[in-house]
Structure formats: structure tokens, C-alpha cells
Design a protein around this ligand. Structure first.
Ligand SMILES: [Zn+2]
Length: 488
């Protein structure tokens, strides 16, 4: 059985001012044998695809795998380069018995608001109507009817932080094997509740998602069901399909797929009263964190969620740490120029410089810090455990630590790096358990790494392109009405 495997993954924040181009994908863009090596042993669904393919005895045709850190809209140029290369390699792989495709599901290109829908449309066009195409998507997909229409079966991760990517990929490969063998006839139904599911309540270990996902998991294991998934959606993409979704794949029973998709969608809709947002602002969050004896206190800077496409240089919390003289706090700021300046000064030097707030005017002003250069690092670190995103090898670029007042550390890195791994700071010699405050530029995904060591967690409603409250954004392309933006 000849099976093509491919992945193009990007979560595109349409409010971000910096585009995602070739340079952002380049670090993680592989084809052929190099792709097999890169993805042979990670916690990503691509590894699940390969594992399941080996198990099924597939002859794997590795097309292309490319990912980039969430950020602004993907340029038309790199979008066409990625998709073009995928299609050329797909054509060369014929004849095929099936295909496994990994997409994020919330990619927006300069030309296509539904970037993933366009990928599956063109892949289907080339495959023809009969070759099974099994698609996996991120829990933050803004799932469209187009994606469902052009695929044979769709599976979505069921965890956020995403720690089940590999098993979902494995499940997709096993399902493809049964489809190719003619054992099952997948039929899909999509339902989208007319709402925005704010990021604060997208933790799948907490209610209301926990119960709804348990319901979906039990249904997936029931007779005649092939896959049952739901997505919380990605509110930072101003596109028609923005919002949560349910996709049910039954074995040859369209009425049941429809009924169950609608039922789960209704359950999401009925959870509205559990989605309230009452969070402290930056000043209050820092005040509470300084006073807390449940340490380390993790302050979550929601408006600068790097994994949600934010720049990573917001000074909303840092400015308060400095102003309030917070003790033993750690804040990582993406600022390559400041990092270079501090590295040039050298360990032990006294520095006085402005950091952060440089990408745009939505994430605070640069903050003046004065202190001593504590250490300098190459920024590479390894994460062996399944953490959000499934990535094992990381590189935050040249990194410097400046010790400010009261043992507070300003960490300046040179590549936007979401806080998915505690090794991001422990590899720099920081002992998190000895700190009073750890600032993460995140929403939910950091939890897999930080919850095990957190004394307490304070989520802060800070401004930025990943601000927690969707009412802060001016949407022009989303569908209407959507709760809570347009009322009930
Ligand atoms: Zn996600």
C-alpha cells in the first residue's frame, strides 16, 4: 500500500503586524528522507503517522513537512511555495492507495482566509475522488466545511495543552489502513456552534471542556463510530470560519454522524454561562504575585501568547515587575537587538538599556532595565517529555540574562519561543522552584510544562494581539451572529 505523508502547519494571527514568511518556516521545512529523520521520534502527529504506517506495512512516500511558530498571516509567496512543492511531490508519488495529511486548521495566507481548506481542495483535485485522504488538525482549528468536504476522515487532537498529537496521528494511520482495506466507509458531519470560545476556557483538563470531551471520547469508542473530535477554535483569526467546531466520522451512517455532531455542538453552546472572563490587569496580577506565599507564582501574560501568534516582546508585566520592584521574578522577552547588546557587554558587565515593546504599539513601550549581565547562552535546549506541540529540540537563539533589582531576572532571547518547555529556563541555570514569580507569555499550552512546579497561577488580562477578551478586537470577516460578540 503506497501512502503519501505530508504536513503544513501554521496558526495565523490576523491581528499581528508581522507576516510569516520563508525565514519563519525555514528552520522546520523538510522533504523526503530528511523529513523521515526529522519526524521519526517526536510527540507530533507526523511521528504518529510514521509509526502507524510502519505498523500497517505502508510504503511511505514522504512529501513535505513544514511548520512555523504561530505569527502573522502567511505570505502568498511562501504559501504557494509550500503547497506547490507538496503537489509536485504528490504527483510524482502516483499511484497511491491513500494519504495522511497534518494541517493546523487555522492558517491564513495573504490570498486565502481558509488556507487549509485551499490545501485540501488542491490535494483532492490531484488525488481524484476515490483515494482516501485522512486529515489531522490542531484543537485550535477554525474548521471549515471545505476541509471536511475534500477529506475522507478528519481527526483533531483532544487535548490542550496538546499532548496527544502522536496518538491522534497513530489513530489516523490505523483508520486509513481500514479504509484502504475496505473494512469501513467513513461519512463525516460538521457542526459549528455560533459562538466564540475564549482562550481562557480552552483548557481540556478543566470544565466545561473536560466533560464534553469525555462524551466525545466515549462516542468515538462506540460501535459504528470511527472518529469524534471537537475544536475550541482560534479567536485571533478574523475569518468566516472562526470559532469552535465538532466533526463526527461514522461508519456509513450519515444520519447518526449528523445527529451526534449537532448534539455535541449543542453541548458546547449550552456551556456559555461557564465561559466568563474576570481577570486582574497587569498591576494587580504583579501585586498579588509579590504578596503570595504559594510560590513560584506563574503569571500568565495572556495578551502576549507567543503560541497564539503574539510577538513575545510585550512589556505589560515586565514594566510592573520593574515599577513594583518585584523580588526574584523571571520574565523572558524576545528582543534580538537587546540580547546582542548584552552579549557584547559580557558576563559581569553593568548594563542599562531599553528592552521589549519593539514589534508594534500594541504590546507596551520599551522598558528601561539596569543590572548586571549574569550569563550568556546559545539558547538551544531539549525537551524529552510530551509537551504542547510535540517538539523535542528547541532553539531560542543567543540568550542573555540580566539581573535587575531584588534578584529579578530579565531573560533576553533572539527567537520567538513559546513557553512549552521548562527547559527553556532551566537550561539557562534558572531554578524555577527558588523564584517568587515566573512570567509566561501564554494562555493554556504552558500548563503541561509549568503546572507540575507552579505554587499558584495568576492569569492576567493584558493587551495585545492575543488578548483574552474577544470583544477587544475589531472583526470584519467573521460570520454573524456569534455569541458573546453579538449577544444571544
Ligand atoms: Zn493549538
Amino acid at each position: 500500500m503506497r501512502v503519501a505523508v505530508a504536513g503544513i502547519l501554521h496558526e495565523s494571527n490576523t491581528f499581528a503586524t508581522f507576516p510569516t514568511g520563508r525565514a519563519q518556516f525555514e528552520h522546520n521545512w523538510t522533504t523526503g528522507a530528511e523529513m523521515l529523520r526529522r519526524w521519526s521520534d517526536t510527540h507530533h502527529e507526523l511521528t504518529g503517522f510514521l509509526q502507524g504506517s510502519a505498523e500497517a506495512g505502508f510504503d511511505v512516500l514522504p512529501l513535505l513537512a513544514a511548520t512555523a511558530t504561530p505569527g502573522g498571516v502567511v505570505t502568498a509567496d511562501v504559501y504557494e511555495a509550500l503547497l506547490g512543492q507538496l503537489l509536485v511531490r504528490l504527483e510524482l508519488s502516483a499511484p497511491l492507495d491513500g494519504m495522511l495529511l497534518s494541517l493546523h486548521g487555522a492558517m491564513v495566507s495573504e490570498e486565502f482566509p481558509d488556507g487549509d481548506g485551499e490545501i485540501v481542495r488542491r490535494v483532492r483535485e490531484l488525488l481524484g475522488p476515490d483515494i482516501p485522504l485522512v486529515l489531522t488538525l490542531d484543537f485550535h482549528t477554525n474548521l471549515s466545511q471545505k476541509m471536511v468536504d475534500h477529506t475522507t476522515a478528519t481527526l483533531i487532537y483532544r487535548t490542550n495543552p496538546h499532548i496527544d498529537q502522536r496518538p491522534r496521528g497513530l489513530k489516523a494511520a490505523r483508520l486509513l489502513k481500514r479504509i484502504i482495506a475496505g473494512e469501513v466507509q467513513p461519512v463525516q458531519a460538521l457542526a459549528k456552534p455560533p459562538m466564540v470560545w475564549n482562550i481562557l476556557h480552552q483548557n481540556t483538563s478543566a470544565e466545561p471542556l473536560r466533560s464534553i470531551l469525555a462524551d466525545a471520547a466515549a462516542l468515538e469508542d462506540s460501535e459504528g463510530m470511527l472518529a469524534v473530535s471537537l475544536a475550541a477554535g482560534y479567536p485571533y483569526a478574523d475569518v468566516e470560519e472562526m470559532g469552535p467546531a465538532v466533526v463526527v466520522v461514522s461508519d456509513g451512517d450519515p444520519a447518526r454522524a449528523r445527529k451526534e455532531a449537532d448534539r455535541l455542538s449543542e453541548r458546547m453552546w449550552n456551556a456559555r454561562d461557564q465561559l466568563a472572563i474576570h481577570l486582574p490587569d497587569s498591576a494587580e496580577a504583579v501585586r498579588r504575585a509579590c504578596a503570595s506565599d504559594q510560590t513560584p507564582v506563574v503569571i500568565v501574560e495572556m495578551g502576549d501568547n507567543i503560541g497564539g501568534g503574539s510577538p513575545g516582546d510585550s512589556t505589560a508585566i515586565l514594566s510592573e515587575l520593574v515599577r513594583q520592584g518585584a523580588p526574584r521574578a523571571v520574565s523572558v522577552i524576545y528582543d534580538p537587538a537587546a540580547a546582542a547588546q548584552v552579549i557584547a557587554a559580557g558576563v559581569g558587565a553593568t548594563v542599562d538599556l531599553e528592552v521589549g515593546g519593539k514589534t508594534d504599539r500594541m504590546h507596551g513601550d520599551p522598558v528601561r532595565i539596569q543590572g548586571v549581565v549574569k550569563s550568556i547562552h546559545d539558547g538551544k535546549f531539549h525537551e524529552p517529555e510530551p509537551r504542547h506541540g510535540g517538539q523535542t529540540d528547541w532553539d531560542q537563539g543567543p540568550t542573555a540574562i540580566v539581573e535587575i533589582a531584588n534578584g529579578t531576572l530579565g531573560v533576553l532571547d533572539s527567537r520567538r519561543t513559546a513557553p512549552m518547555s521548562l527547559h527553556q529556563i532551566t537550561s539557562l541555570g534558572i531554578k524555577p522552584e527558588e523564584m517568587q514569580i515566573l512570567v509566561v507569555k501564554a494562555a493554556i499550552a504552558y500548563r503541561a510544562a509549568y503546572e507540575p512546579i507552579a505554587g499558584s497561577i495568576i492569569e492576567a488580562d493584558t493587551p495585545g494581539v492575543s488578548a483574552v477578551n474577544p470583544a477587544r478586537f475589531e472583526y470584519r470577516h467573521r460570520r454573524r451572529p456569534l455569541w458573546p460578540l453579538d449577544g444571544e
